[in-house]
Ligand binder design. Sequence first.
Ligand code: UD1
Ligand code: CA
Length: 474
Amino acid sequence: MPLSIVILAAGQGKRMKSDLPKVLQPLAGRPLLRHVLDCARALGPDAIHVVHGHGAEQVRAAFPETDLTWVLQAEQHGTGHAVMQAMPAVPDDHQVLVLYGDVPLVRAATLRELVAAAGTGSLAILSVLLADPAGYGRVLRDKAGNVYRIVEHKDANRKELAVQESNTGLLAAPAAALRRWLASLRNDNAQGEYYLTDVVTLAVKDGATITAVVAPTAAEVLGVNDRQQLAQLEAEYRRQRAGELLEAGVTLADPARLDVRGTVRCGRDVRIDVNVVLEGEVELGDRVVVGPGCVLRDVTVAADTVLHPHCVLTGAAIGARCSVGPFARMRPGARLLDDAHVGNFVELKNATLGAGSKANHLTYLGDATVGAKVNVGAGTITCNYDGVNKWPTVIEDGAFIGSGAMLVAPITIGRNATVGAGSTITKPAPREALTLARTRQQSLAGWHRPAKATTEERSRAIERARLPEDDHSG
Ligand code: UD1
Ligand code: CA
């Protein structure tokens, strides 16, 4: 049967105490709803309807993709009411799967099971066994174990409250039947809402079978209502991702102190120290070592490279056997070829450092192409920006740049050229030659240190130091 997924995402999330609509709250750096959508798409549905309300424009703007049908639920009259808003766009011969925008860790495998359980004629609900089910709807079963009702916490009596099997809210049913049941919902309950959960009773009346699929773990069906729960889910997400890396053979100094917020591919015997954050697409080659406190986003690192502590790399490609940091910053377009070394307080942006080249201390290389076996001295800066334009710097193979050089771009430093320390280079530095661009050192014998100025001398000196007034006479 074709599948239509309906995601409920209209709620405000009052308890988050936030200006951001709840489904936009980030988990592992991505909105809650993004996680749900990714999972929904994994099922290959024919349509995804997102029921939204609070912060409608903001929510829509956050998901510009074109495979979504946005359904506005201007006022929130309950989960049943929410699903009703989406139903006009769902054909009778579809299967409907209801997801929550604030239940982000649900797995596709569980949902496939739920959809299969609904089949062509039944209602399938996803339940979970909770030690503390406070706040959840309880799944009531008769003596034979058949589900006959879900009672909301606020409507439950003492005996019902003792039931541990709880409703996750996620369910699947054939569209035609669901439409019929929804049409009979009433709001005469503790919250004056149209409860989606009441379709259970209506399905029973209809003679339909009801299957409860029990979620394999509570973690995957946990919802986010407050910051406490959001932090718990973040920890769960962290635990899962770290677990996958351990499973894949990566050494983690502490699985609880690694945050994977994207996709990570690792070679063999990779070691990752504490407090590392990996975002976007990260690829670490064999035996790569990532030191404590490193933050990597969209980065590839080839085999045997060491990232020393506290490096921040974004959009960078690092070759094999490189040494980076501590405290290095690789910005988008930074490329280190094999055996390159970058040390502390070195920043690269849109710059390539050639094979075996070194920039070990306090350097900025921007819009630069540095050849092989180049030594970039401490404090060297490519002056790539004139206030309006960005200009390129080329440093050819084997060049030696003395410490504290200012390379004013556009500029070329020739092969095997040597640039004297402290030079400000504004013209091409020829190959194989020494180029110096600094004032000659002088020493004045018999020079005396200044004496204390009188008040009068002082005012005269200050007067002489003024710029002439602007002439406004015309
Ligand atoms: C719901 C279930 C409860 C279950 C619990 C699990 C009902 C009546 N109750 O309760 O049995 O144990 O989830 O978390 O279904 N939403 C809308 N529009 C609305 C109302 C809600 O889009 O008019 C969305 C919310 O944004 C949220 C989801 O539906 O994503 C669930 O709503 P919520 O109010 O959290 O339901 P609960 O009262 O927690
Ligand atoms: Ca809830």
